[in-house]
Design a protein around this ligand. Structure first.
Ligand code: IVH
Length: 672
């Protein structure tokens, strides 16, 4: 038992939980890179809700227990849901499910209530709007009230007809569902990524969340998203009196609906339908993590109403994740490219959800401390639809006597430098940029396909180069000779010459590859391209202030800060000089020259089909004249060049007051 906490401790604990939940919300909803399983997340939320109910005087308006997450991103136009998209209350226990039922029994004063029991799909929520049977809009949940308009991406989904079948349709109907990806498609995409030297996605849901927000519908189409619909939003005129009728109508409209739903009367029937789903769900095309129990009668749903966050007429019963008990043999730390230390538990191997698990992530320093995981502890590990197993909790009753709390090292396990923790960051870092672990990761990144694309410089070669002290800094690569390389394992003369040749050729890569290859925190491929286009010169980028950086389309505040911080270090400025001295191209001459043209500095966004020009031609013309094409409309856009069937970008341009021109006006602009 924990000792009772005093007021201040409670207050601090709640503040910590709120900050942590917000951080996980951001990781989950915006970046689609969750660190913890849904179940662990639910536990944090429950702990907070529990404390808040005991100390209501400390609860701020904007506490995450009263809000849903937010997935909105700047690049998309906003769609206001006609009826808010709410979240669901969750439960993991039969008892709480029964309580839910009895609350409704008390409300309606009768036991014979009908419920629909259906799978809870582990996908990405979407709201489709049909007007007179025609699909007009698809939007993400966003903050529940407003979401991102992802119509063009959703229209690539083959399951989804753009017109409802049959002839009786409401004037306007919002239909809610989940976008998902089958395991097969997920594995195919990951295989391709690994062939390209990119890190694999963690699970289908993350990949789906990232995919619906891609800016290129062609790429979305390639990823074969799928869809299943389960919910009714706003409907005009009123069309349904029962949810079960709605489900049936989805079938008649030829829309993809859940494989299985049942109408159950009373809690015992509901409970057996829930258990039946648990047995059947593994055969569904999508991942499921629970059953949703909803009142069938729409009139009763309305009467029951909802809290600020979730309806009172529905609840999600979450199936238990597959768990296993095992022992922590040791705790190791992994050092990432940016020096982040990730603790990993090495376990006595145990069978879990069909695979042998011998490692599990412990996320970060706070998580180890919160769970108080120690070496030799017996722990519960869980795999909740995710690929990476996590340690959920310690079985305290089995803790061996005399065990000591895990002491997070003060020094990097690889280079012994004293570790640091930056304010507001969960990660503890090794600050030593020469740490061999970091050097290895940095070099691998630099050489990878989406960066300098150096053929033959894979992981095994990089590891040897670092181990033998042949390479410490990126620029050392450019000093390597075939004689040095033949010393490496399995490296004959031919291979050595090939590698030296490949390294040499990388001197002339495009600037964005070099920028990406530096491995600056938060700078991915898209940002690297934006930066290369905006500056055309690594030296100019290195001198840019945070404000100048943030003013660039596509570059947010966090990214701007990260770049400025990176180049404020003498060591990194020195690297830029050294790269140039080693003959690596640090300027994009083309871009610099282009910037001086007629459209110099102007940012264009293209939308719709132009009468005579292809997208590619228009892009070339703009770039030759010194302008730039961006994929999304923002305040920094100068012109939106719109053709026929222009989509949401046009709406957004109008909203922001950005100038919209057609092809004729565009030609005039060029000839001016
Ligand atoms: S009903 C107002 N039914 O789970 C009713 N939601 O955790 C709320 N979800 O936001 C939604 N399968 O995106 C409902 N069969 C199902 C569902 C489902 C998955 C998602 C949905 C919701 C989230 C809440």
């Amino acid at each position: 038992m924990n000792p009772p906490m005093n007021r201040r401790e409670n207050e601090e604990k709640m503040a910590w939980l709120r900050a942590e939940i917000r951080r996980h919300d951001d990781l989950y909803f915006r970046r689609a890179e969750p660190e913890i399983s849904d179940r662990e997340y639910d536990r944090l939320k429950r702990e907070l809700a529990d404390l808040e109910s005991r100390h209501p005087d400390f609860v701020p308006e904007d506490t995450p227990t009263r809000q849903v997450g937010d997935d909105r991103q700047e690049a998309f136009a906003t769609y206001r849901h006609r009826q808010p998209m709410q979240s669901l209350d969750n439960t993991y226990s039969e008892e709480e499910l029964r309580e839910f039922f009895h609350r409704l029994v008390r409300l309606f004063d009768r036991e014979d209530l009908d419920f629909v029991v259906e799978p809870k799909i582990d996908g990405v929520a979407v709201c489709l709007t049909f007007e007179k049977g025609k699909l007009v809009r698809a939007a993400t949940r966003g903050n529940g009230f407003e979401g991102d308009d992802i119509t063009r991406n959703v229209k690539t989904i083959r399951d989804l007809p753009h017109r409802l079948a049959g002839d009786r349709h409401p004037d306007v109907v919002e239909i809610r569902g989940e976008i998902f990806m089958t395991n097969d498609a997920f594995q195919r995409i990951n295989r391709e990524r690994e062939e390209d030297g990119l890190p694999p996605y963690a699970n289908p849901r993350n990949l789906t969340a990232g995919t619906v927000k891609l800016l290129d519908p062609k790429e979305v189409s390639r990823r074969r998203l799928r869809l299943v619909l389960h919910g009714l939003g706003h409907c005009e005129p009123r069309f349904f009196d029962r949810l079960s009728a709605f489900h049936e109508t989805l079938g008649r409209w030829k829309l993809p609906r859940v494989e299985r739903y049942r109408v159950a009367r009373g809690i015992d029937e509901v409970w057996s339908a829930v258990q039946e789903l648990d047995r059947l769900r593994h055969d569904f095309a999508y991942a499921t993590d629970g059953a949703v129990v909803k009142l069938d009668s729409i009139a009763r749903q309305e009467e029951a109403g909802s809290t600020s966050k979730a309806p009172r007429w529905a609840i999600a019963y979450k199936f238990s994740a597959e768990q296993a008990e095992t022992v922590v043999a040791s705790i190791a730390l992994q050092v990432g490219r940016t020096g982040a230390l990730t603790p990993v538990a090495h376990l006595e191997p145990v069978q879990l959800a069909g695979t042998t698990v011998s490692r599990a992530t412990l996320h970060n320093k706070d998580e180890i401390q919160r769970k108080d995981v120690r070496v030799n502890d017996t722990v519960i590990v869980e795999k909740a639809g995710d690929i990476i197993p996590a340690v959920v909790e310690v079985v305290l009753a089995k803790r061996p006597p005399g065990s000591e709390p895990y002491r997070f090292p003060e020094a990097c396990p690889v280079c012994r430098s004293e570790v640091i923790r930056l304010p507001g960051e969960a990660a503890v870092r090794c600050p030593n940029l020469s740490c061999p672990a970091q050097v290895r990761r940095r070099l691998r990144h630099f050489a990878s396909r989406p960066c300098m694309d150096i053929e033959g410089l894979g992981e095994a070669v990089v590891d040897q180069l670092v181990e033998r002290g042949l390479v410490e800094r990126i620029t050392d690569l450019y000093d390597l000779t075939p004689d040095q390389l033949v010393q490496l394992d399995k490296f004959a003369e031919k291979a050595s010459q090939n590698l030296v040749g490949a390294i040499d050729r990388s001197r002339d890569r495009e600037l964005w590859r070099l920028i990406h290859g530096l491995g600056i925190q938060h700078i991915g491929l898209a940002a690297s391209k934006d930066l290369a286009a905006a500056f055309g010169d690594l030296d100019r980028l290195a001198e840019a202030t945070e404000e100048e950086l943030a003013a660039i389309d596509g570059i947010g505040e966090i990214t701007a800060r990260s770049i400025a911080a990176y180049f404020s270090e003498e060591r990194n400025r020195e690297l830029v000089r050294a790269l140039r001295e080693h003959g690596v191209r640090t300027r994009d001459e083309g871009a610099a020259a282009r910037r001086e043209g007629r459209l110099s500095g102007k940012v264009f966004v293209l939308t719709g089909a132009l009468p005579a020009l292809t997208r590619q031609q228009a892009t070339e013309w703009i770039e030759v004249a010194g302008g730039r094409v961006s994929s999304s409309v923002s305040k920094k856009t100068d012109y939106v060049l719109a053709g026929e069937e222009a989509g949401s970008k046009l709406d957004k341009a109008r909203k922001l007051g950005v100038r919209v021109i057609d092809e004729t006006a565009f030609r005039a602009l060029l000839e001016r």
